[in-house]
Design a protein around this ligand. Structure first.
Ligand code: H79
Length: 446
């Protein structure tokens, strides 16, 4: 008798295949390794969601898509977007103080409102809001002065464009297959906007969003990628181009195991929303942000931490506070964070860790007010010295249970004295004899 797969199994298979098609990376890691260097070293970026949604403090674009407000009511916010206190120098000072090495700003969200003077006949802050100006040029200029890499978020999908098929949930303007000419008009439009961004701002990084509504063929992903790289061969492209990007972008959800792409970046809000919302006071604390930052870096990833300025361009105090506290901690622990590589697996040390680029220093992150003894397992290297990062205190360790004739290393117990604890996370540097080498066996005699 033949096995007849049940409906459930077929549906599962469909999702597995669909997911693979979505997430499979078409770019070869070796071919992009060189240009990815700064990104791999950078660890921290600041994401900025600024748009008309800050006027009423409602979900960016999704509020009309999900029918929480009507599209006309949403677009009415155009009238209230002033940028009257916008101070790009202040923004960049704040970003620099956090220790971030790059920033990514929304050039256009799913609502279609461009923050620059687009030549296309479509919405912009220049032509349709009291702000009446290109908000991106002054920001990018300040970033470059501060030597911070410049990133451009761009939504491929555009729910406000008359030639874009999807509009609001459960309602489309037309079906692509019924009117390919109309879809082609949209393609010409969005490719032109991407070209404008390339030519006017020459971003170091493109951060696409909204790719899930169409296939790579429909988006002409290869053409988008080629166009960007023609202008700037070193531009980095995030992984939301239906397989034609350079790195993975888990959103809001912290990965427990390392994402598939060779490089990855966790994007995360400080409260519950990307854009400014008056009622959202669910702020993450500096401790929580520092903890999840250390966790991302420990797994070889970056954190792209989001801020949402008000419509007038001011940045809420709670967000400023998180960035400055994170910055103070980063300054003290710079050697353990920037330019490092993913740490050792959990079985060796139960906490985040990183390894210096030359692999001869192991950094251990101790959460809370750890004191007493901590344990490292399976570390083959001899330890030259252990210091508290950013403080210099030398601390003692003891190797326990090493059998002289066995290659299995002993257990390393490290004494954590009182008085050296950081307010957030204390970091130890273990200077090793040679590059880190781990024993991963089953114990016993070999
Ligand atoms: O700009 C911010 C958000 O507005 C935007 N990305 C960040 C940076 C964003 N919001 N949600 N999403 C991206 C993911 C959307 C997921 C869904 Fe779906 C779209 C859930 C349902 C439709 C994709 C397609 C996942 C399941 C089906």
């Amino acid at each position: 008798m033949f096995y007849k797969p049940g409906k459930g199994l077929l549906i599962l298979l469909f999702f597995v295949l669909a997911f693979q098609a979505h997430s499979q990376q078409k770019t070869n890691a070796d071919s992009i390794r060189k240009k990815m260097e700064w990104f791999e070293d950078a660890k921290l970026g600041i994401f900025i969601h600024w748009g008309i949604y800050a006027v009423d403090g409602i979900d960016e674009s999704w509020s009309f898509y999900n029918k929480k407000v009507t599209w006309p009511a949403y677009m009415n916010q155009l009238k209230g977007f002033t940028a009257s206190k916008y101070d790009p120098k202040d923004w960049v000072d704040l970003i620099a103080s956090s220790g971030a090495q790059y920033a990514v700003i929304t050039t256009k969200h799913h609502d279609g409102v461009a923050l620059w003077n687009t030549k296309e006949k479509h919405y912009s802050t220049v032509k349709h809001t009291p702000a009446k100006r290109d908000l991106l040029t002054p920001f990018y200029n300040e970033l470059r002065k501060a030597n911070i890499k410049a990133g451009a978020y761009f939504s491929l999908l555009d729910w406000s464009h008359p030639d874009y098929p999807a509009f609001i949930k459960d309602s489309v303007r037309y079906k692509l297959e019924d009117d390919p000419a109309r879809w082609n008009r949209f393609r010409t439009f969005f490719q032109s906007q991407i070209n404008e961004i390339s030519n006017q701002f020459n971003p170091d990084l493109f951060w696409f969003d909204g790719d899930w509504e169409h296939s790579a063929e429909e988006w002409e992903s290869q053409k988008v990628r080629a166009g960007i790289l023609q202008k700037n061969p070193n531009a980095i492209i995030n992984g939301r181009l239906m397989g034609y990007g350079d790195y993975d972008t888990p959103e809001q959800n912290i990965p427990v195991s390392r994402p598939k792409y060779n490089w990855w970046e966790l994007c995360m809000t400080i409260n519950n929303n990307w854009g400014f919302q008056h009622k959202d006071t669910n702020w993450k604390t500096p401790m929580e942000i520092i903890t999840l930052f250390a966790d991302a870096v420990s797994h070889g990833g970056n954190l792209l931490l989001d801020i949402g300025p008000r419509e007038d361009g001011t940045i809420p105090e709670e967000q400023r506070n998180v960035l400055t506290e994170l910055g103070k901690w980063n300054k003290k622990h710079a050697s353990a964070i920037f330019g490092t590589r993913a740490g050792i697996p959990q079985g060796h040390f139960y906490g985040p860790s990183t390894i210096s680029k030359d692999s001869t220093s192991l950094f251990l992150f101790l959460q809370g007010h750890t004191s007493g003894q901590i344990l490292v397992k399976g570390l083959t290297n001899a330890i030259k010295e252990i210091t508290v990062v950013g403080d210099g205190t030398k601390i003692k360790h003891k190797v326990v249970g090493k059998i002289s004739w066995s290659p299995v290393p002993g257990l390393v117990y490290i004494d954590i004295p009182e008085g050296i604890q950081d307010k957030y996370i204390t970091v130890l540097e273990l200077k090793l004899e040679g590059p880190v080498k781990l024993y991963t066996g089953h114990g016993g005699f070999q």
